[in-house]
Design a protein around this ligand. Sequence first.
Ligand SMILES: Cc1cc2nc3c(=O)[nH]c(=O)nc-3n(C[C@H](O)[C@H](O)[C@H](O)COP(=O)(O)O)c2cc1C
Length: 198
Amino acid sequence: MKKTTIALAVAASIFGAGCAEPVSNDVKVTTKPQNILIAYYSYSGNTKFAAELIQKQTGGDLFEIVPETPYPSDYDACVSQARDEIRSGFKPQLKTQVENFDQYDTIFIGTPNWWSTMAPPVHSFIAGHDFSGKTVIPFVTHGGGGMADCEEDMQKAAVNAKFSKGGAFRGSNIRNSEEAVAKWVNEVISIQMEEVKQ
Ligand SMILES: Cc1cc2nc3c(=O)[nH]c(=O)nc-3n(C[C@H](O)[C@H](O)[C@H](O)COP(=O)(O)O)c2cc1C
């Protein structure tokens, strides 16, 4: 499918027929643009790029998860600090807070794959919120390891959330992945639409 067609399909499924109103007798649209949050942590920009694509495709609000203390700019130092933090279950303090978290029904949560799991600031973000009644959609950028344990570890951390199918994208190729991201967004939004069918 062409990029524009996918974007239109996503837009139609989200924004269709006045958003909050039923679009047919048996489908109630409960997902409005202002109900979607795209929260992400990104060390070197790939996950940020993915988050911005999702934002463009859904019209949701973007939120960058920023740790109080940034990770070292030296890659090897970052890799070794991350390994230690992940091993010990360390959750860093965050610098940023979501305003009115309660207003969101659907939360895309993005992380780089760090040592096969989510980056510690993402763990802090999840631990700091109550996900009852919310749907979480994980997305990951990686260096070849794919989703690994990221989705499963997010599920363990956000026990009250409902989860929808996560997306994993190779970080080095993310700038050429608009179509793949749009296809996945369209799919997860359609799954949600199916689930609210009455
Ligand atoms: C600390 C650290 C650990 C990483 N561990 C993995 C890994 O286990 N598997 C993998 O595929 N990529 C790994 N990567 C590569 C990143 O997942 C990949 O480059 C990602 O796209 C970076 O996203 P970002 O630019 O948003 O930070 C690691 C990168 C860093 C900095």
